[in-house]
Each structure stands twice: as structure tokens, then as C-alpha cells.
Design a protein around this ligand. Structure first.
Ligand SMILES: *Cc1c(COP(=O)(O)O)cnc(C)c1O
Length: 236
């Protein structure tokens, strides 16, 4: 059964992505929509799938692994976007395609060591603290290069780009400044790390701006699934 509300919400997000790409003359296939399904039951992921979603993003390791294991449709891509503790890496290493939240070599090394033989390398993004806010996660921009170099030593990890979570209450000009800074950092890194082509930035409130600034992956939760309940809501 298709939930009309959810499918029309998803359709409208796809439309807004298309319009943003057209506005800056970017090909639509440069941008992936990640349906951020944390706290949402599998039935809603199924509805999103029926309406065209193929990328799913989860934040909490145990929930992430359980949903991935229960998922029956082939051809989907699974992204882990939340903070990752070292005792929770195994399921993600065994089940996921992407991890966006790499900020320590130690975690990347565990993911590498736990990645099963025969699977393709795990794609990772380095999470960047672009606002330089000590209360936020992510590595500072001037530490990204050193971490990227370390990642190259891990055969089952593939360094693919950068991710950031911006503050939700920034004026548009500041937000744009931060998105463009991340884009500039990615361009610089690409000279030495040719696979560093992905930019995961933009959420429900600001994904159109993020696309205009170069995002290749937008992480959209509430605009697709509706608001999360406060008790289990975003920690981002
Ligand atoms: C929850 C979350 C999102 C989605 O946020 P919305 O505002 O609901 O679109 C995106 N990225 C991260 C890292 C999140 O935790």
C-alpha cells in the first residue's frame, strides 16, 4: 500500500532537487537523495522505496543494522551517518555501503578490519567541523588532509569525500559560506586524493542551497517522513 502523503512529499523533494540542479546547470545524476529514516519504522522505508527512494541513511548503529538486515529489496544503498563508537563498528562494516561520519583513524581501522572479504571496499567520508565549533563533531579543516592520508593505508576502506552538519539556525549567507568552504576544501584535496569527489551536505532546511554550492549527497529526513518525535529525535 502506498502512503500518498509520504510519496507526494518524496516527489516534491525530488522536484526541488531537480530545480536546484537546473538553476546552477548541474546534471541531475550528480546528486543523490538520501532518505534519512532514523526512528522511522520499516513500513515507512518501504513506502519511500515504492515511491522511488533508493538510498537510505541511518544514525543509530543498532537500529541501522536491524533495518538493513530486515530489508528485502536489492539495489538499494545504505549510508551510516551518525556518530560511531568502536564497539558498534562490526554490524556497520558487515552491512553498510557508506559511512559519512569518519573522524578518527581508530574507527576507520576497525571498519577496515571487520569488512568481510569479498565485499567491495566500504566507502567513507570524513566528517568536517566546518564551523570550528568545539561542541560539534568532525575534524577541523586543517586536520582533514592527515586523516585522509591515513585512510589510504586501509585496503578495505575507500575515501570518497567530505561530510558536514551545519548549525540549524545560521543566516543563509553564513550557511552558504560554510557550504562553499567545504566545496573548496574538497577541490583542494582532489589534487592528491582523486577519489575525493563526494560532498554530503544539506538537510531538509537547506538542501537546495547545498546543491547550489556543490553537494552530491543531500540527507533529507523530515521533509520526506515528517517530523521526528522529540524523545527519539535528531542529535545532530
Ligand atoms: C537527522 C539527520 C538528517 C536529516 O535531518 P532533517 O532535518 O530531518 O532533514 C541529516 N543528517 C544527519 C547527520 C542527521 O542526523
Amino acid at each position: 500500500m502506498t502512503n500518498l502523503l509520504l510519496s507526494s512529499r518524496l516527489e516534491s523533494v525530488f522536484d526541488r532537487i531537480l530545480a536546484s540542479c537546473i538553476a546552477v546547470e548541474r546534471p541531475i545524476d550528480e546528486v543523490s537523495l538520501l532518505a534519512v529514516s532514523k526512528t522511522k519504522p520499516l513500513e515507512q522505508l518501504e513506502q519511500a522505496y515504492q515511491a522511488g527512494a533508493r538510498h537510505f541513511a541511518e544514525n543509530y548503529a543498532q537500529e541501522a543494522v536491524e533495518k538493513r538486515q530486515a530489508w528485502i529489496h536489492p539495489g538499494c544503498t545504505w549510508h551510516f551517518i551518525g556518530p560511531l563508537q568502536s564497539n558498534k563498528t562490526r554490524g556497520i562494516a558487515e552491512q553498510y555501503d557508506w559511512v559519512h561520519s569518519i573522524e578518527r583513524f581508530k574507527i576507520a581501522k576497525r571498519l577496515n578490519d571487520q569488512r568481510p572479504d569479498g565485499m567491495p571496499p566500504l566507502n567513507v567520508l570524513i566528517q568536517v567541523n566546518i564551523s570550528l565549533d568545539p561542541a560539534k563533531s568532525g575534524v577541523f579543516p586543517d586536520e582533514v588532509y592527515a586523516l585522509a592520508e591515513q585512510l589510504l593505508t586501509l585496503p578495505k576502506i575507500k575515501f570518497r569525500g567530505l561530510m558536514t552538519i551545519t548549525a540549524f539556525d545560521l543566516p543563509e549567507e553564513d550557511l552558504k559560506g560554510q557550504f562553499l568552504q567545504l566545496k573548496t576544501l574538497q577541490n583542494t584535496l582532489m589534487k592528491d586524493f582523486p577519489d575525493c569527489i563526494e560532498l554530503s551536505m544539506g538537510m531538509s532546511a537547506d538542501f537546495e542551497l547545498a546543491i547550489r554550492c556543490g553537494a552530491t549527497m543531500v540527507r533529507v529526513g523530515s521533509d520526506i517522513f515528517g517530523a521526528r518525535t522529540p524523545a527519539t529525535g535528531a542529535t545532530a
